[in-house]
Design a binder for this molecule. Structure first.
Ligand SMILES: Cc1cc2nc3c(=O)[nH]c(=O)nc-3n(C[C@H](O)[C@H](O)[C@H](O)COP(=O)(O)OP(=O)(O)OC[C@H]3O[C@@H](n4cnc5c(N)ncnc54)[C@H](O)[C@@H]3O)c2cc1C
Length: 381
C-alpha cells in the first residue's frame, strides 16, 4: 500500500500485535471445542468486542475503532494465519456494518452499530434462498407494508452466523413484480421476533466452527424504521455498491491462507525425511514450493493494488471481481499442492493444512461464485 505515513504504519503494527495476541490467547485454545460445537462461542464475540476488534473500521462515534479497510485486512490475515477463518468477524465488521454505516439512518446507526462493536449483537446478512443464489433478483421473500411496519415472509439458506445472529439484514421484495428494482433490505432483531425461526446448523465439509443456517420468516413484523435507509426498493443498488469491498474481504482471506500454507509447508518439507533426505531436497518439492511461493507473491501484489484503490474509492466492480476470482482459484491450487507435500498427514484433521484445504473450497462459491465473477469481468471488456 502506497502513501502510508510512518504514524499510520506504526498504528497498524500495534493493531496487528494486539490482534495476534488476542487470537493466540482467546481463540487458538478453543478451536477444537468450537469445531465440535459447530460455532464460535458467544463469549468470544463479547471478548473480541471488549478488545476493540469488532467494527474496527467503523467511526468511533458509533462505537467503532475508527480504522479503515487495512484494519479489517489485518483481522482477516491474522485469522488466516491461525487457520481459523470460521470466526466470521470480517462478515460482521467489513460486510454488514458498512451497510448500516452507508445506508442506515442516523437512528439506525446509533441503535445497532455500538452494540455490534461490543459483540452484544452478532450480525448476519440473508440474501440467498433455496431457489435463488447467484440470481438474486429471483428471491421470493416478501416484505409487505402494513400500517407502520413491514411483514416479512420467506425462507433463507446458507446464512453465515445464522445460529448466533441477533441482527439479520434480510433482502426481501417490497414490490413483487419489479425484479431487482423491488428489493429492499430490512433489519430484523431476532430477540423476541415472532415468526422468526432458525433451521438447523448446516453440516459443511469445512469451516466447521462457522455456523451456517436456514432462516425462516413467517409473518415477522418489523417497524418501518427497520427498513435500511428508510426508503423502499433500494436494496439491490445498496447490495451492488458494497460488492467491491465484500470481494476484497474474500481475496484478503485467500492470499493470507496461501501465504500461511506455503510457510507451513516449507517448514514441514525441511523437517520430514524420506530416502535419507529431507523432502525439501527433492527437486519436485522445491519446484512445487517455488511455484506456490511465486503465486502467493503475485497474488499479494495485485491484492495490495486493489486495497489501495479501494481506500481511494476507485476500485471498480470488474477489478474487484478479478481479485475474488483469481486469488480464490489460486488458493485452491496452492493449498492442494501444499497438502500433497504433507502426504498422509495432510489428510488428517489435526493438521492445519487439512482444514485449509476444506475451508478453501467455499471461497470459489460464496460472495458471488467465480463464474459470476467472470461474467462481471467479461461485461467490462
Ligand atoms: C458456507 C457458505 C456460507 C454462505 N454465507 C452466506 C450468507 O451469509 N448470506 C447469504 O445470503 N448467502 C450466503 N451463502 C450463499 C452463497 O452466496 C451462494 O451459495 C452462492 O451465491 C451461489 O448460489 P447458489 O448456491 O444458489 O448456487 P447457484 O446460483 O444455483 O449456482 C450453481 C452453479 O451455477 C453457476 N452459475 C449460476 N449462474 C450462472 C451464470 N449466469 N453463468 C455461469 N454460471 C452460473 C454458479 O457459478 C454455480 O457454479 C453462503 C454459502 C456457503 C456455502
Amino acid at each position: 500500500m502506497d502513501n502510508i505515513t510512518n504514524e499510520q504504519a506504526a498504528e497498524l503494527t500495534l493493531f496487528r500485535d494486539s490482534v495476534r495476541r488476542f487470537f493466540a490467547a482467546e481463540v487458538v485454545p478453543h478451536i477444537p471445542a468450537w469445531r465440535q460445537a459447530g460455532m464460535v462461542a458467544r463469549e468470544a464475540w463479547l471478548r473480541a468486542g471488549a478488545a476493540g476488534l469488532l467494527c474496527a473500521s467503523m467511526p468511533a462515534e458509533f462505537g467503532g475503532g475508527g480504522g479503515d479497510f487495512r484494519h479489517e485486512a489485518i483481522l482477516i490475515e491474522e485469522l488466516a494465519a491461525i487457520g481459523f477463518g470460521d470466526f466470521a468477524i470480517s462478515l460482521h465488521n467489513a460486510i454488514i456494518a458498512p451497510y448500516l454505516l452507508h445506508y442506515g439512518t442516523e437512528a439506525q446507526k446509533r441503535r445497532w452499530l455500538p452494540r455490534m462493536a461490543q459483540g452484544e449483537m452478532i450480525a448476519a446478512i440473508a440474501m440467498t434462498e433455496p431457489d435463488a443464489g447467484s440470481d438474486l433478483q429471483g428471491i421470493r421473500t416478501t416484505a409487505r407494508r402494513v400500517g407502520d411496519g413491514y411483514v416479512i415472509n420467506g425462507q433463507k439458506t446458507f446464512i453465515s452466523n445464522g445460529q448466533l445472529a441477533d441482527l439479520v439484514i434480510v433482502a426481501a421484495k417490497t414490490r413483487a413484480d419489479a425484479g431487482a428494482k423491488g428489493i429492499s433490505l430490512l433489519a430484523v432483531e431476532t430477540a423476541g421476533a415472532h415468526g422468526f425461526r432458525r433451521g438447523r446448523n448446516l453440516e459443511k465439509i469445512g469451516k466447521h466452527a462457522q455456523d451456517t443456517s436456514e432462516l425462516f420468516f413467517d409473518d415477522v413484523v418489523v417497524p418501518a424504521e427497520n427498513l435500511l435507509g428508510g426508503e423502499p426498493d433500494r436494496g439491490f443498488v445498496q447490495l451492488m455498491q458494497q460488492l467491491p469491498q465484500e470481494r476484497l474481504v474474500i481475496a484478503v482471506g485467500a492470499v493470507a491462507a496461501m501465504e500461511a500454507a506455503v510457510t507451513e509447508t516449507i517448514a514441514h518439507a525441511k523437517t520430514r525425511r524420506a530416502f535419507g533426505k529431507s523432502l525439501f531436497e527433492f527437486q519436485n518439492t522445491r519446484f512445487v514450493l517455488a511455484e506456490a511461493k511465486t503465486t502467493a507473491e503475485v497474488a499479494r501484489a495485485f491484492l495490495e493494488e486493489c486495497i489501495t484503490r479501494l481506500l481511494a474509492g476507485t476500485l471498480d466492480v470488474a477489478t474487484a471481481a478479478m481479485a475474488k476470482y483469481w486469488t480464490t482459484e489460486m488458493q485452491g491450487k496452492v493449498i492442494d499442492a501444499c497438502l500433497q507435500i504433507f502426504g498422509g498427514y495432510g489428510y488428517m484433521a489435526e493438521y492445519p493444512i487439512a482444514h485449509r484445504f476444506t475451508d478453501a473450497r467455499v471461497q470459489r462459491i460464496y460472495g458471488g461464485s467465480n463464474e459470476i465473477m467472470k461474467e462481471l469481468i467479461a461485461r467490462s471488456l
